[in-house]
Design a protein around this ligand. Structure first.
Ligand code: FE2
Length: 215
């Protein structure tokens, strides 16, 4: 799920009501290891997501996923690519198909015979909406990164120096201020954090450092 801090993307209420995918298995196991290149994923984004801000959100989550896989999970190149692709494509259908968000990109990736691990990861990035629980570390991390990344970017946008000098304390304070980025569901952030053994402060610091230069 994503909050992009613009009302046109704030569809929580509708998502809760309508976006359950109605299934929990995705893709074909025989496609294991079948990925697309990052260039191909960018091409898909450029075609499907005209909104630059939404594309930036996906690039930020992709950068976080890739760096976390390499730095914290000792992932090899193929595994890191899976994490990155899931981040890059998780909201690819949001702008053009808001009523069918997640279902459309999942079906597209199934049509392209993409590795089920990537597809399941995308399907589990909003368990409250899509009805698919995150299971693997990759899935729990995309869930944890998604909302918090968007929240931190919103926090940066209102600062004159953007990410420069941004600290954990100020982000924590904003999280506790319901009127700031009110559309961001704090319960969802807390739910995601509770599923991983990483203090929220550590995750905030990681996100600031790893998404500040993404463009
Ligand atoms: Fe998102």
């Amino acid at each position: 799920m994503s909050r992009h801090f613009s009302n046109i993307y704030h569809l929580n209420f509708f998502l809760m009501a309508t976006h359950n995918l109605g299934r929990t298995t995705f893709g074909d196991p025989k496609n294991k290891g079948n990925l697309m290149t990052i260039d191909e994923a960018h091409q898909l984004l450029n075609e499907w997501v005209p909104n630059e801000r939404l594309r930036l959100h996906m690039k930020q989550v992709a950068a976080l996923m890739k760096s976390w896989a390499i730095e914290k999970e000792n992932a090899d190149g193929i595994t890191a690519l899976k994490w990155e692709l899931a981040g890059l494509l998780h909201d690819a259908d949001w702008e053009k198909y808001p009523d069918d968000h997640c279902r459309i990109i999942i079906e597209e990736l199934e049509r392209r015979n993409i590795d089920p691990e990537v597809i399941h990861c995308i399907a589990s990035h909003g368990p409250r909406y899509f009805g698919v629980e995150p299971e693997s570390k990759m899935e729990n991390m995309i869930y944890a990164f998604d909302e918090l990344s968007g929240f931190i970017h919103a926090s940066a946008l209102i600062r004159p120096t953007r990410y420069e000098g941004m600290d954990i304390k100020s982000v924590m304070k904003k999280l506790k201020t319901p009127s700031f980025a009110a559309q961001v569901n704090r319960d969802e952030i807390n739910d995601a954090i509770s599923r991983i053994d990483i203090p929220i402060e550590e995750l905030i610091q990681y996100i600031i450092e790893h998404q500040k230069n993404v463009s």
